[in-house]
Design a binder for this molecule. Sequence first.
Ligand code: CMX
Length: 433
Amino acid sequence: MSRFFEKIKSIVEIKREEFNLFLQQYKNIKIGEIKISQIINGMRCLKVLFTDLSSVDPEKGIIWRGYTVDEVLQKLPKPPLSKMPYVEAQFYLLITGDIPSETEVREIIDIFNERRKLPDYVYNILKTMPKETDPNIMLSVAINSMQHESVFAKAYQKGKVTKYNAWEYMLEDVLNLLPKISIISAFIYRLKYKNNMFIKEDDSLDLGGNFAYMMGIKQPYDEFLRLYMILLSDHENGNVSAHTTHLVASALADAYCSISAGINGLSGPLHGGAIRESFNWFMNLYQQKKNQLTKKILEQICVDMLNKGLVIPGYGHAVLRNKDPRFLAQMKFGEEYLKNDELFKIARLAFDTIPHILKKHTKIKNPWPNIDNISGIIHSHYGIDKNFFTVLFSNSIAVGSLANIFWDRALNLPIERPKSVTISQLFELNKTR
Ligand code: CMX
């Protein structure tokens, strides 16, 4: 038994006991009221989900296992000569709750390297898909195609899965699947954009390093991939993709079905597509104004958009009420490596200009740039096609979502099934108040 498995086993035993005691004691405590507007408006700010891996503080941003973005970037171990931590270290933090030592990260890297080889049929399926297929859908199909290899699903069919051991099978699947996602993604990238010129993995590299290497993109893109995958790994499990993964897994589906469903959840322009929307907006500004764009012109463009009821892409947030530290971390990367990139210069000008304008519209609760603001600009600077952005997002959410569904099984969380209400029921409820 590996040290990692032993550690997880002891954490699960302790947490499960604590969790059950907590439930016994507090299960009837009320934590809030529900307004009709919240039900209708996408359950915004309703506290109805549970995760112990992270939580979003409206002012400080995401807190992973008690650590802020800056703390995580500073404290997690890093590859030699790298400024960004290992993605594997973030996975370790999310799944165990502890900052790993160098040795502990090494163990995860070794586990991933042993398990990342793809079955041949995955390559064949991807090669035979229509050229027009969206790369993120290709990723989802490739993951689904491996479902029959699920250790959890096989054990369930044999009647071996119990509420005491379900997490062990889920852990096997999570560790088998996570390292394969970047290998599939790099293959899709080369297949779609680089004339099938595939690059074999480099066993000496960590997940982020190998991902960039297999895509064929030079340093420091590996640094950005590490940063990006950590920043987007988990956002309290409530966004469409993470929540979908959790929802599907709540019916005791395996990790393959659950994560591919979550990845499909990234398809919409309001979630996974938001990076592309923001990138397109900056690109249009550049194409229309070239380097003539000034603060004054940009102000006027934004005022006109707001007057027409249009949304300014890359700004605002449903929960955050301050600058997103995940945006600031990317901005810092941009300042170091992209200073002369024309789109980055526009994004910087926008950061100096737009919040002042949005602040004047009191209905807009957050005038600051969000996580999706400049990600596309940075990926694109290194040659990534905008249609591939969602695949990179999928790779990132897989880190946190897989850690989350492991804990769903470890804590025996039940199938999710909220109750719907009709308009007439709401009328009736209102009458009795
Ligand atoms: N530009 C113009 N208007 C905006 C705005 C923006 N960037 N952000 C919010 N508003 C408007 C809303 O459209 C809403 O208007 P109506 O009342 O007329 O419908 C009003 O301000 C109140 O919205 P809110 O409570 O501040 O924000 P929401 O929770 O409703 O929406 C979000 C959040 C992200 C969808 C919204 O800010 C937006 O559309 N931003 C642009 C798209 C974007 O960048 N998406 C990426 C989000 C990243 C993430 O979720 O992590």
